[in-house]
Write a protein that binds this ligand. Structure first.
Ligand code: FES
Length: 90
């Protein structure tokens, strides 16, 4: 069953309805939000964002450092909406 939550994107000052079954990267691209991306597999590290508020479901990724993880940095292609949340694209 499809479920929907709201994502706030800092700096772009917008709120988007997103599909919980699609990655955050796919949701952002669906709404034409500019975010760097390349592999869609968690390897290239180009789709990083910082989670400011809320919670996401995260699949294993291969290119984030322990420091980035501690700083709430995620990969948009490896994470999925779980509840309303706010991000900053970095
Ligand atoms: S697009 Fe390569 S890590 Fe997300």
């Amino acid at each position: 069953m499809e479920s929907i939550c709201i994502i706030q994107v800092q700096d772009l000052n917008c709120e988007l309805l997103v599909d919980n079954n699609k990655s955050i990267l796919d949701n952002l691209l669906h709404h034409n939000i500019p975010i760097r991306h390349k592999c869609h597999l968690g390897i290239c590290g180009s789709c990083k964002y910082k989670l400011k508020n809320g919670k996401v479901r995260n699949n294993p990724d291969f290119c984030l450092s322990e420091k980035e993880i501690a700083e709430n940095i995620y990969l948009a292609c490896c994470s999925f909406p779980d509840e309303d949340f706010e991000i900053e694209i970095i």
